[in-house]
Design a protein around this ligand. Structure first.
Ligand SMILES: [Zn+2]
Ligand SMILES: [Zn+2]
Length: 287
């Protein structure tokens, strides 16, 4: 059965591990190979379990180690042509780089399939991925979105586990220290999702199958984990939905999340705003 853990999330590095049976893949390679290995070990997994790396786009916080995984670890790396070029991934003579495009479906094994969807972001050809196991249970992960497009909405609707960016609080960003140009870029249609935009998207994304929402790519400068979680939790409450909201921190992994693991993952009581020490401490039950 499918499960996901977020090894790290935010502008310092994004990486998630999705596994089903004996098949496991990384989504994004924004942490060093060594740090990825260290965080996998904390989850009881290993780099040796990983069969492939799927890269969303060329920005360093997502693609930093993609070439290293391909060249040093011999892992197959999937990326769009635009991402492969912009991230300067090695050519096919040197590494196993596979090109994907929006609408593709990649069967990593009989146990795990990934579907590719184009995203509105200021990369060269950015995408997001929805992973599914053989029973049709799905994990959808979407970060680095200026807005939630119709395609993204359709692709990620009613996933068993939804990982969604809540990057910034608009007021904190506007009044914060970033240069005006960067603020405009983040706020644009191809920038990043605000807490409010992520919360609004929950109406279209959360469905009867959804068991957990992971809150991703929370900005250190323009947001707080507590603010992001509260905004999304209030919307879930308005929707009459009781779901755990998990803040994925930048510096340590979340627990495994999936249809089969929620019982243990969410039995751990949580307090504060998700800055505690335990890996499972961001688990919250809404409301
Ligand atoms: Zn990013
Ligand atoms: Zn980006």
């Amino acid at each position: 059965m499918i499960e996901v853990a977020f090894l790290g999330s935010g502008s310092s590095g994004n990486c998630a591990v999705v596994r089903s049976g004996r098949t496991a893949v990384l989504i994004d390679a924004g942490l060093s190979v060594r740090e990825t290995s260290r965080r996998l070990k904390a989850l009881g997994a290993s780099l040796c379990d990983i069969q492939a790396v799927f890269v969303t786009h060329e920005h360093q916080d997502h693609a930093r180690s993609a070439a290293d995984f391909a060249l040093k670890r011999g892992l197959r790396v999937y990326a769009t042509e635009g991402t492969a070029r912009a991230a300067r991934l090695p050519g096919p003579l040197f590494a196993d780089i596979r090109t994907v495009r929006g609408g593709d479906e990649v069967a990593v094994s009989g146990e795990l399939t990934l579907r590719v969807t184009a995203t509105p972001h200021d990369g060269h050809e950015s995408v997001c991925y929805v992973a599914a196991d053989s029973g049709g249970r799905r994990v959808g992960i979407a970060t680095d979105l200026g807005h939630v497009s119709r395609k993204v909405l359709e692709a990620l609707a009613d996933c068993d586990v939804l990982g969604l960016e809540a990057n910034h609080d608009v007021d904190l960003l506007r009044s914060g220290p970033y240069p005006a140009m960067l603020k405009r870029r983040i706020l644009s249609d191809v920038g990043h999702l605000s807490n409010d935009a992520a919360a609004a998207a929950l109406y279209g994304l959360v469905g009867p199958r959804t068991r957990a929402v992971a809150v991703l790519h929370v900005s250190k400068q323009n947001n707080t984990p507590g603010l992001a979680a509260r905004t999304l939790r209030e919307t879930l409450h308005e929707m009459g939905v009781v779901l755990p909201c998990v803040i994925a921190p930048p510096d340590r992994p979340t627990a495994w999340l999936g249809p089969a693991s929620l019982g243990t993952a969410f039995s751990d009581a949580c307090d504060g705003d998700g800055r505690g020490e335990r890996p499972a401490c961001e688990m919250r039950t809404c409301p």
